[in-house]
Design a protein around this ligand. Structure first.
Ligand code: SF4
Length: 273
């Protein structure tokens, strides 16, 4: 499909953005890019994501012993340090050493807790099962569906019990149980895209909270699918030029659009949001 057509489809990342703040969808679509500044915190997220991609290898090499997993995660951390600037060569060009060093230290401090949680998961479900849940079959594949009028790039898809299912690697906080609502909708949207791409049903997906080494299985409910379709339609309305109502949301505290987002006026359609 030509890129020009793909751009007309709602993107799963826009669904996530919508759940944070519908206005961010409006501004992003109008090319006010949410350009992230490369801070130690941002770099920390990049590192955790790359580290998480290596968890299945670390688990496979370890002998299911917490201490051994810890050692193997340290080896993975060395890989991340060596590869990060090669993978994100544009974003990290001219990065000050101090920023890199700070982020590396923070991520290295998480390894002990990650090893403990992965080790507990292995004791509960078994090594093979955990590896199946999180070993990428493909990382960041571009999925699109004409039927859904949607595109998406999941962190990975995994081949779990001979089915392609979504794996979302999250680098923020982990809820005490289950997954955050945003993550649930994200997994449902990717599952719907996978169903159309692989012509097979997808009943669940996985969210990996990389910072903690927690893996959560998500059962995809009809209501999640309903929400995906509803939000996708609202995104289409926003892209047609309807500015959603301005609401004070937590994202306002670190939003790059504050300088544009001054008017409280909104179009009639925005009452829908
Ligand atoms: S400033 Fe707040 S309301 Fe405006 S776009 Fe950002 S997050 Fe949304």
């Amino acid at each position: 499909m030509p890129l020009i057509d793909l751009k007309l489809h709602a993107n799963v990342s826009e669904l996530t953005l919508y759940l944070k703040c519908p206005r961010q969808v409006y501004y992003t679509y109008r090319k006010h890019e949410l350009a992230p500044e490369i801070t130690p915190e941002y770099l920390e997220h990049m590192m955790l994501k790359e580290l998480a991609i290596g968890y299945p290898d670390a688990i496979e090499r370890a002998k299911a012993d917490e201490h051994d997993i810890h050692d193997q995660l340290n080896i993975e951390m060395e890989r991340v340090k060596a590869e990060l600037e090669l993978i994100y060569s544009t974003e990290l060009r001219d990065l000050p050493f101090k920023v890199l060093e700070t982020a590396e230290n923070v991520v290295s401090e998480q390894i002990e807790r990650i090893a403990t949680n992965l080790s507990e998961a292995i004791s509960k479900y078994g090594q093979e099962e955990i590896i199946q849940m999180i070993r990428p079959y493909r990382t960041e594949p571009v999925l699109h569906s004409d039927k859904l009028k949607m595109t998406g790039i999941p962190s990975a898809i995994v081949n779990y019990r001979e089915k392609m299912v979504p794996l979302s690697i999250r680098t923020g906080k982990c809820p005490d149980s289950g997954v955050w609502r945003n993550d649930r909708i994200h997994i449902a949207a990717i599952a719907m895209l996978l169903e159309d791409n692989y012509e097979d049903s997808v009943e669940h997906g996985f969210v990996q909270y990389a910072r903690h080494g927690n893996i959560r299985k998500v059962k995809i409910k009809p209501e999640d699918r309903r929400q995906v379709l509803k939000i996708r339609s609202r995104i289409d309305i926003i892209k047609d030029g309807n500015l959603p109502e301005r609401k004070e949301v937590p994202a306002c505290n670190y939003c790059n659009f504050t300088k544009f987002c001054t008017t409280t006026k909104s179009s009639l359609a925005s009452k829908l949001f």
